[in-house]
Design a protein. Structure first.
Length: 258
């Protein structure tokens, strides 16, 4: 028979060499990875369907993946198994091409145009030599207060809630009157520093504004004259009508910025 099997009355006769090969494939080196589709035992009569099932019904155990040694420091040249949908075929890809040199991991995502302070970003911790997550609010903290009536003769304060003094503080004058004021339109915003007062022929800032570890603040002495601003078209200056303006403050605190 010379190592061959023959069909006789619909029943194949299998040589011992074939059986030994089948047992070796499934019971020795690959037993932990593969479940064979048919189990042969001594004295069995083997049919063609048994051999078809032996391969066609075989399944791969999860240990084929979970039982492998872990690589804790994969290199860019290491390869992974992938399925190429367009070619309907298995392919290999290097870690470098899949992750390290693949900008679409970022550019291919849906853009978050209004990130919240509790959204997370991916960062690399150099002290721990590992990837970590960080909340957007931990990188930059923001405080805004608006609708503060323009006033003189008193000091306005607002608690910003930061753990320290904000590094960036911006006070603005916002025109709120439907008819505008001093050539500016409703909704226009100008820096508080644009409003000046004249004392003994010297132009001085109209308000003192700033921040400390607790508050943002702004105030002015009421004993001096009206504050004036340059006209919007640059043609001259005009005194402000305080009732037509509000104060607005934006402050930023950056934890790792001195």
């Amino acid at each position: 028979m010379n190592g061959k099997w023959q069909m006789a009355n619909g029943k194949p006769e299998l040589l011992s060499v074939w059986i030994a090969l089948a047992i070796w494939l499934t019971a020795d080196l690959r037993a932990a990875d593969i479940n064979k589709g048919h189990t042969f035992t001594d004295g069995d009569t083997a049919y063609a369907g048994d051999f078809n099932d032996f391969l066609d019904l075989a399944t791969i155990n999860t240990s084929f993946f979970t039982g492998k040694s872990a690589t804790t420091t994969p290199a860019a040249a290491d390869t992974l198994l992938t399925y190429n949908a367009s070619a309907a075929d298995f392919r290999k890809v290097t870690l470098g091409n899949l992750v390290l040199s693949n900008p679409s991991l970022i550019t291919g995502q849906t853009e978050d145009t209004t990130p919240a302070t509790n959204d997370f970003l991916l960062s690399y911790d150099t002290s721990a030599s590992g990837l970590k997550k960080v909340q957007a609010g931990k990188l930059i903290q923001r405080f805004t207060t608006n609708g503060i009536p323009v006033q003189v003769g008193s000091l306005f304060r607002a608690d910003h809630g930061f753990p320290g003094v904000p590094q960036i503080v911006e006070w603005k004058l916002v025109c709120t009157n439907a008819s505008g004021d001093a050539t500016y339109l409703q909704g226009d915003e100008i820096p508080v520093g644009a409003a000046m007062i004249t004392v003994s022929s010297i132009d001085l800032p109209g308000w003192a504004a700033g921040a400390n570890s607790t508050n943002v603040f702004i105030g002015a002495n009421s004993l001096v004259g009206n504050r004036t601003v340059l006209n919007k078209d640059g043609s001259g200056s005009t005194a402000l009508t305080y009732a037509r303006w509000n104060f607005k403050c934006n402050a930023l605190y950056l934890p790792n910025w001195p």
